[in-house]
Design a binder for this molecule. Structure first.
Ligand code: PHE
Length: 357
């Protein structure tokens, strides 16, 4: 008698599959298992089909259906296991042989504040305890705020289109060339309250624009922090003390600063403040142009015309103002010899500036 298919044969073949599948740890093993269960020749399913041939008609239909269900279940399970193993292999390729599924996942790098913004925040923190608050003004300014209100004469060279970016369609507008127009705006706004407040003091950080060629110490866009104080009987000693305090807070107590007479139309007298070049220690380098000193800011006592423009009586009120170059200070604090690094945003540089993981 021909061997004929029995349900027990199906059961028999079914047994052992889940264990064999679970024991299969790689794709090669899985392919072998596939051959054993659903391969075209010699597999369990091929053998069952062979046995089916000898069965009676009704049995064929019944058992054939059962074999198909079983074969489909194997196929499904093998496919699922295959994608699992393929995913594991990709993971291995990504993490290398050291990948350990029990380890916590790698922590993604965190973002951080740009070094220039970090420095601006630091400057604000240096001045806040002295009673300074933060003011802001627009980067697109009027000639009135950028020049007129600052006692800058109509024929001053800084007004020329060689130094200043103007707008073709709006001749009275320009990109502010310094943060000093925030002096004008803030004085105009606070003038009516100056008496009750007993004075005015603020810091104004922001972007400024000049037609400068890009080089290691120049950029057509850079940052300044403006500072202004208006009170009674304000003199150069107040300015000097305030700036010396601020520079020591930034560069450390050993920092050497010097004040040089200089000229700005909106202050009288005016000065420039230099710090001993932290890059070369004063012996001379490219950044300090061999002078040993780096200019960090312009400053002076507020010109009476600036107060008058805002309607403030210069017989009662006097003040000082200063404007510092943020990139210059950032270069000095971080000993960076090229200002362009602050704008290129190369992660390798930013990471050396702290704040980035
Ligand atoms: N605005 C000047 C500049 O951009 C700096 C300055 C500010 C000088 C305030 C004096 C007083 O160079």
């Amino acid at each position: 008698m021909e061997p004929s298919l029995l349900p027990i044969d199906i059961l028999d073949a079914q047994q052992g599959f889940p264990e064999a599948l679970a024991a299969c740890k790689d794709l090669d093993g899985l392919m072998r298992l596939k051959g054993v269960y659903i391969g075209r020749e010699g597999s369990h399913s091929a053998r069952l089909m062979e046995l089916l041939k000898a069965a009676s008609k009704e049995r064929k239909r019944e058992l054939g259906g059962a074999i198909n269900v079983l074969k489909n279940a194997w196929e499904e399970a093998l496919k699922a296991r295959q994608s699992e193993l393929e995913a594991a292999r990709r993971q291995l390729a990504t993490f290398g042989n050291t990948w350990d599924p029990d380890l916590p996942p790698p922590i993604p790098a965190r973002g951080a504040m740009h070094p220039l913004n970090q420095l601006i925040d630091r400057l604000v923190d240096v001045f806040r305890p002295l009673g300074y608050h933060v003011e802001e003004g627009p980067e697109i300014e009027t000639e009135a705020h950028n020049f007129d209100g600052l006692n800058i004469p109509a024929d001053h060279p800084a007004r020329g289109s060689a130094d200043t970016f103007y707008f073709e369609k709006y001749p009275e507008l320009l990109l502010r060339t310094h943060t000093s127009p925030v002096q004008v705006r803030t004085l105009l706004r606070l003038a009516p309250h100056i008496q009750e407040k007993g004075g005015i003091r603020f810091l104004a950080p922001g972007r400024v624009y000049r037609k400068d060629e890009i080089d290691p110490t120049h950029s057509p866009m850079f940052h300044q922090v403006e500072g202004m104080l208006v009170g009674h009987d304000i003199g150069m000693h107040h300015l000097k003390g305030t700036l010396a305090y601020a520079m020591k807070a930034l560069f450390g107590p050993a920092a050497e600063v010097r004040f040089r007479p200089s000229y700005f139309p909106f202050v009288e007298p005016g000065c420039e403040v230099d710090v001993r070049c932290p890059l070369c220690g004063g012996s001379g380098c490219r950044v300090c142009k061999q002078s040993g000193w780096v200019e960090l800011l312009g400053a002076g006592l507020v010109h009476p015309n600036v107060l008058a423009y805002a309607g403030i009586d210069s017989n009662i009120w006097s003040g000082f103002a200063f404007g510092m170059g943020v990139e210059r200070i950032a270069m000095m604090v971080s000993q960076t010899p090229d200002l362009r690094l602050f704008f290129e945003n190369d992660q390798r540089f930013l990471k050396t500036m702290g704040g980035l993981d």
